[in-house]
Write a protein that binds this ligand. Structure first.
Ligand code: BTN
Length: 243
């Protein structure tokens, strides 16, 4: 496994995607940058991170999916892997806020951006981008963001955390993701933020409403039990979870 360390780059996901298009990289090639000038988050958002204080990296997983329909299984695998790695560092109150915000208590400490590449011949590789707030302590204007340092009151060795996460991710080599879908889902639901608890939600430009997260569908939609006992499915753009 190779780790490419960069001082600065626009986005480690973009860099690794380009590299993987140009050359046949080893599986689990990783790119870590001290600074991203155009770090990207979910749904076209930006991912901001103080230079050198956090973990911003991407890992290439080759032949990650047998079809694009299984993308949420990979998402669950990656999420579970990060939580497992962080558990070993005793980070408190870990959970995943659907679909893949890494939480400690009620604060977001990390996020995941998975992008897929189709190769000639039909195989699919994934660039798994992970942003984890590690030693940054000031999140001005971001009341729901935090870091490992804020949650544990100590400084962390960022490379050690990187290796801990990669150690978990490489376990995919001995798994058949589709066969593991149901056990990955059990683990994912066990860590799901506000699972089976009443919460306030909002559809964009609509009134707030109460609901209970009761499941996540195989294509990754959030299933919410509403007050009238009906169940509604939402994708990421269709729902805001207030907490
Ligand atoms: C989110 O919105 O929660 C996902 C954030 C993902 C950020 C990481 S940082 C490394 C990689 N490169 C990017 O440009 N984005 C991802």
């Amino acid at each position: 496994m190779k780790i490419i360390k960069l001082n600065a780059i626009d986005s480690t996901n973009d860099f690794l995607k380009e590299l993987a298009r140009d050359q046949d990289l080893d599986n689990f090639t990783a790119v870590r940058a001290l600074e991203q000038t155009k770090g990207r988050g979910q749904m076209g958002s930006s991912w901001l991170s103080e230079v050198g204080k956090n973990l911003t990296f991407s890992v290439l997983i080759k032949n990650s999916l047998s079809s694009i329909d299984t993308v949420f299984i990979l998402n669950m695998f990656v999420t579970n892997s990060i939580l497992e790695a962080l558990k070993k560092f005793d980070i408190p109150e870990l959970s995943v806020k659907w679909p893949n915000d890494i939480m400690s208590g009620k604060k977001k400490i990390g996020g995941i951006l998975i992008e897929n590449l189709w190769h000639e011949g039909g195989s699919i590789s994934s660039v798994v981008g992970i942003g984890l707030n590690v030693n940054q302590t000031n999140f001005e204007g971001l009341p729901k963001a935090s870091s490992l340092k804020n949650c544990t009151s100590k400084d962390w060795d960022i490379d050690q955390i990187l290796l801990g996460i990669i150690d978990e991710l490489i376990k995919i080599e001995s798994l058949n993701l589709e066969h593991e879908a149901s056990s990955l889902k059990v683990i994912y639901l066990n860590s799901l933020f506000m699972y089976k608890k009443p919460s306030v939600f909002e559809e964009p430009l609509q009134q707030k409403f109460m609901g209970i997260i009761q499941d996540v569908s195989s294509d990754g939609l959030l299933e919410i039990l509403l007050e009238d006992d009906t169940v509604k499915h939402y994708n990421i753009k269709e729902i805001i979870h207030h907490y």
